[in-house]
Design a protein around this ligand. Sequence first.
Ligand code: F6R
Length: 613
Amino acid sequence: MCGIVGYIGKAGAPAVLINGLKRLEYRGYDSAGLAVIDDERVVVAKSPGKVAALSDRARSEWPEERFETCTSGIAHTRWATHGPPTEANAHPHLDGSGDIALVHNGIIENYRALRARLEGKGHHFESDTDTEVLAHLIGECDKGDLFQAVCDALHQVEGTFGIAVLCSREPERVITARRGSPIVIGVGDGESIIASDASAILAHTQRVIYLDDNDIAIVTADSVEVRDLNNIPVTREIAELGFDAEAAEKGGYEHFMLKEIHEQPECLANAIRGRLDFDLGTAVLSGMGTSPRELAELDRVVIVGCGTSLHAGLVGEYAFEDLADIHAEVEQAAEFRYRNPIIGSRDMVISISQSGETADTLAAVREAVQKGAFVMSLCNVVGSTIARETGRGVYLHAGPEISVASTKAFTCQVAVLLMMALKLGRGRRFSREQGMRLAREIETIPELVERVVAQSEKIRKIAADYADAEHAFFIGRGPMYPVALEGALKLKEISYIHAEGYHAAELKHGPIALLEQGTPVIALACDIPGRDKTLGNVEECRARGARIVGIVSEGDFEVAECMDDAIYIPRCHPLVATIPTVVALQLFAYHIANIRGCEIDQPRNLAKSVTVE
Ligand code: F6R
């Protein structure tokens, strides 16, 4: 995810900004830039790649004294969303006059309409970004008072933002504001530091002001004045950070994995935002680049991926067949590439990959392209190889996933697959009313997940009773079967407990022989079709001495009574229910691994991106 740093004080701003950006590197990014005011002009340096490359460029291109004399500036690390990670797309962006510079986190949803309007007034844009549109909008609103210009522009913006704005006319102040994207201001001794997360501030001060949504602040070296977007002053207390740099990178969480589990409501909101059309009861996924007619003519959906992404694809298989009435198949990418699969021009091949770099998935993509299929990608990392080679697809917008064990990518993959299935379904048998109902269900996903994340402590207590297990089984039916596979994968990769996911009915065809007194069986038994049959399978396990942890629907006490322990998830559509269910399993695995003292973020033998076959 992108990072913001702003500085105004007595030190040389370029070095402070670059050091601040380095503190934000852990968040993941693909380009960086900074702007300072020198001799009443805004000067900008940008570079694709790492902060070190930006630093080298500024050092080689800028005069030495600029590093000493410029004492205010803004900087940014960009994780590409709109447009590839090029120098032109890197922040800061300038307004039309070049006097105003802007860095921005978040997504301006109505940027296309704003851009068209501004182009009509003669504005010319150099990047693909929504941020440059906002910079020009601020310039358009500027009548000599930067603060007022920013307020006026933000009133016209739909979407989310954390911003910092610099103007050559007002070198003694930086304007910053937020809506849905965090901004924290460090209050130092004769200096102020603005950042999107506290890790960039720690080197300067422990005293901070957190902005709330729709706050806008005028920051000088000695003062921070916070107002709302209607220019009414608001009071924000100064707080003590009370944690060190390493803890700050993890947002105060003990591990990145836990942070990423907790981030899911926000990530899912980002993945879903602007992609549901409630009037037409469909999904708006322009990156798919397909006409309704092309979709209607498809014979089949084939999904390829590896590991967690493969499991998301298996949930997608249920969604496509159930919602879109189209034949769907899922295949391990590694198998697909060598199997000489029968694929043609009426098949849509969806390649799923968080990193967009997994070698087997990439090879499967190339094979499908060769065979003339309609190839899409579902990636998280913008500009990744798979995203580029497919040319069409849907980004997850989950933000960088640092923990090797994938969590937020999985839930966003499933959410996007549901939207894809909804879109295909509307071109086939789904009525407008059915589409509208499902769109409403999908919209609630972030809130459903929030309710599971809030149970983390309760899940930790349950996990403590299972932490010394040697084996565990996860069982489920229908769309919960792939969730069982994913739950088992999470547990084995971070806790090193041998875990297997099975279709609930399959257990008695062999694996049940492994059950002993006390073997944990995690039963996905929420109130969706198949629940009663899963309960029957639970009884078979209990009869052999297994201890059962049930994932059950809120209020389903009848089922909860059959379990030794129960974790409740909110009631929702059976396909949607896969998402809160997996979040419960992620927390269960995380707490067990933590109790066992495992190396959670970097489990042994695993790499985040598997670029070899
Ligand atoms: C498990 C995990 C892996 C990845 C797999 C594919 O937690 O992260 O199983 O899902 O290596 O990676 P991507 O999605 O980047 O293609």
